[in-house]
Structures are given as C-alpha cells and as structure tokens.
Design a protein around this ligand. Structure first.
Ligand code: GDP
Ligand code: MG
Length: 163
C-alpha cells in the first residue's frame, strides 16, 4: 500500500503550491503547471477545489491580525483553486523564486507574478515559504489524500547528479 499523503519520501522536499481563483479564471493553470514541470519538479498532488472559509483561515492563520485578512479569505474562497504538491530537491525555495515577490509590481519579470499580475490582492499563485509550512499546508489541503498518487519519476537520473 502507498504511504500516507502527509508523509514525504525520504530525502524529498515538498511544497504546497496553489493557483488562486484569479489564476483559474484567467486561464493560467496550464502555463503555471508547465513552469514547474520544465524546471524539473514532480507533481505529486493535484485537485480543483472550492475552498471553504475555515480552510482559508487555517492556511493563512499567521496573517489573521492583518487588516487585509478578511479580504484575503474572501479572495481565496471566491472561486475554485488548483491545489498542488510539487516535490524535488530544493523545491520550497525554488518555487518561491519561480513565483516571485508577494507584491507583483516588485516581482521580477520572468517570475509568475512578475509576468502575470499587478496587484498584491490578485497575485495568482501561492507557494509555501518553508519546509515546515509546506508539510503543514499539504496536511490542510490534502487531508483526505484525494488528488494524490504515488509514482516514481523515472527522469530522476537525468535531473539529479546524486539520487
Ligand atoms: P506570499 O507568501 O508571497 O503569498 O505572501 P504573504 O504570506 O505575506 O501573504 C499571503 C497573501 O496575502 C499574499 O499572497 C497576498 O495575496 C495577500 N496579501 C499580502 N499582503 C497583502 C496586502 O498588503 N494587501 C492585500 N490586499 N493582500 C495582501
Ligand atoms: Mg506566505
């Protein structure tokens, strides 16, 4: 039987990445997935989801005292999101670089937010900011295991010098 979804493979790092409702509405899902695939990360979880408020609040609980928190929760729950688990060496830090700075006007061109967004409250995508938060967020969004599958990426020897 497969391992529990909340347990990562030995030596593997995972990030929780999410296309926010604006990214779905704007038809950016395929482009975003392509950027992570071409970099060499492995897709280990994927589902479309209408986020209930309690999940959005749990996910962003560290921001609950911020003035924009109610608007943030409303934004995340305003339409379906695409929930993903991306796995690979250094994926948490690398995903943050691919995604770009929180405020899209400060994100470098070539990053996802730098290329596709202008507004902090409509910045298209989420990525975990630490290894610990990655595991925490995967536990929140993929608690049932639905949308995940075990698979062996056979391109590993062509991406990594040491397995
Ligand atoms: P992230 O890790 O880069 O997504 O940034 P944070 O964890 O600091 O904030 C989470 C999310 O809250 C951001 O991606 C934005 O969607 C939103 N957010 C952060 N700061 C602001 C702000 O000053 N105003 C508004 N409206 N939204 C914000
Ligand atoms: Mg964050």
């Amino acid at each position: 039987r497969s391992r529990s979804v909340t347990t990562r493979a030995a030596n593997q790092e995972r990030s929780y990445v999410m296309v926010k409702p604006d990214g779905v509405q704007r038809g950016l899902v395929g482009k975003i997935i392509s950027r992570f695939e071409r970099k060499g990360f492995y897709l280990k979880g994927l589902k479309m989801f209408n986020c209930p408020e309690d999940i959005a609040k749990e996910h962003y609980k560290d921001l609950s005292s911020k003035p924009f928190f109610p608007d943030l929760v409303e934004y995340i729950c305003s339409g379906p999101v695409i929930c993903m688990i991306w796995e690979g060496k250094g994926v948490v830090k690398s995903a943050r670089k691919l995604i770009g700075a929180t405020n899209p006007l400060e994100s470098e061109p070539g990053t996802i937010r730098g290329d596709f967004a202008v507004e902090v409250g409509r910045n298209v995508i989420h990525g975990s900011d630490s290894d610990e938060n990655g595991e925490r967020e995967i536990g929140i969004w993929f608690s049932s295991g639905e949308g995940t599958a075990e698979w062996t990426p056979h391109m590993e020897p062509w991406l990594r010098e040491i397995g």
